[in-house]
Design a protein around this ligand. Structure first.
Ligand code: NI
Length: 393
């Protein structure tokens, strides 16, 4: 496999870094990515792409046509998170309360790098390239808006690839895993209604705080006692609210949490157990229970053939030693929605480097990426596009 895309990406490295820093300094939250998307669409038009803007409010769909009916899609997310970045970095966020703490600035910059490389090799392209710059990955399901907006159609794409920078992986490693790589996500709310009264006379009440304690402990038995030990799930109660004073037994308690699984079947099992436990425990105590379960994203499941394509390309341009098989994470991604429509792969690019201070967890105010490996992401996707016609059978 020829390495021209890699050489071009290396030449572009400083430019990719400067794009990333610019996006980093002006972060925008989900569905507000006006500045980011206007920079993206302007560049893409300059490089000869057909560009549609305003998809799902701020999303951009761009196409570089090639002869034939092959098409491949690449996706970057553009949104930032609502938190303040630590002080001291020259490219620190200039917007109070907003920060690119998950690396979506890097994703946008890397995909621009891919776009520029492919535009310069346009004459050799045998596959139409579709670029998807989506809004609101963080809880906003921007992917769904892009799919509704036709991101996977006209032409119909054979496969889709996305990259996520990963601080948990050493810089320069490419994480490839067949099957589930990220979990399904869902929000839960549990309402427990008892009978309030004096803290000194619990016998005259139905104490929803005691009932809630029993529910919280019982929920932890789902993973340990209902799941196959080789399967995985998480049930977390992250908030519990009830009561006003030390000597009052309240009338109600509300709990909020999240449930995550690596398959849809397990998700159904977990949801049914949550409902059964809340119903059984509240009724045993004479209280009333209500459960709200809201699925947010499905599990992100990588197609074996797409992973094989990435493995071939990555090993040929970076060497086998760059490739690792990461464990799945119980984090979630709306990239899963694309993968429900077309086969593809969600690729992790290691950006963790303790010497450079880029190993802080995602969503932390200290999060940062090792910019010196971003060109690898651009090179990888560009090389996939250039070889898609030969590798995707
Ligand atoms: Ni992210």
């Amino acid at each position: 496999m020829d390495k021209r895309a890699l050489l071009l990406a290396k030449e572009l490295s400083n430019e990719i870094i400067s794009w990333r820093r610019d996006f980093h300094m002006y972060p925008e939250l989900g569905y507000e990515e006006q500045r980011t998307s206007s920079i993206v669409s302007q560049r893409l038009r300059e490089w000869g792409y057909d560009v549609i803007t305003g998809v799902g409010k701020t999303g951009v769909i761009a196409t570089l046509k090639a002869d034939g009916d092959r098409a491949v899609a690449f996706r970057a997310d553009m949104d930032a998170l609502p938190l303040d970045e630590v002080e001291g970095r020259e490219y620190r966020s200039k917007i109070p309360g907003k920060m690119h703490a998950c690396g979506h600035d890097a994703h946008t910059a890397m995909l621009l790098g891919t776009a520029k490389i492919l535009a310069s090799l346009r004459n050799e392209l045998k596959t139409t390239v579709r670029l998807i710059f989506q809004p609101a990955e963080e809880g906003g399901n921007g992917a769904l808006k892009m799919i509704e907006g036709g991101a996977l159609e006209n032409p119909k794409v054979d496969a889709i690839y996305g990259i996520h920078v990963w601080s948990d992986l050493s810089s320069g490693k490419i994480g490839l895993r067949e099957g589930p790589i990220l979990a399904s996500t869902g929000d839960l709310k549990i309402f427990v209604t008892g009978k309030g009264g004096h803290g000194a006379h619990p016998d005259q009440t139905i104490d929803p705080i005691v009932v809630s304690s029993a529910i919280i402990l019982a929920l932890q038995s789902i993973v340990s006692r209902n799941l196959n030990p080789f399967d995985s799930a998480v049930v977390t109660i992250g908030a519990i609210q009830g009561g006003t004073a030390f000597n009052i037994i309240p009338e109600t308690v509300v709990m909020k949490g999240t449930y995550r699984t690596l398959s849809k079947e397990t998700r159904e099992l977990v949801k049914n157990r949550i409902k059964d436990l809340v119903e059984g425990i509240t009724s045993a105590f004479g209280a009333k229970g209500e459960v709200e379960l809201r699925d947010v994203t499905p599990p992100t499941i990588n197609d074996p053939k797409a992973i094989e394509v990435v493995r071939k390309v990555a090993s040929s341009i970076f060497g086998d030693e760059a490739i690792v098989v990461p464990k799945p994470s119980m984090g979630g991604e709306d990239f899963s929605y694309y993968l429900e429509k077309v086969p593809g792969a969600f690729i992790l690019l290691g950006t963790g480097n303790p010497q450079k201070g880029t190993d802080a967890p995602h969503h932390s105010p200290r999060f940062d990426v090792d910019e010196d490996v971003l060109y690898m992401g651009s090179a990888l996707l560009a090389s996939i596009a250039l070889n898609h016609h030969a590798l995707w059978k």
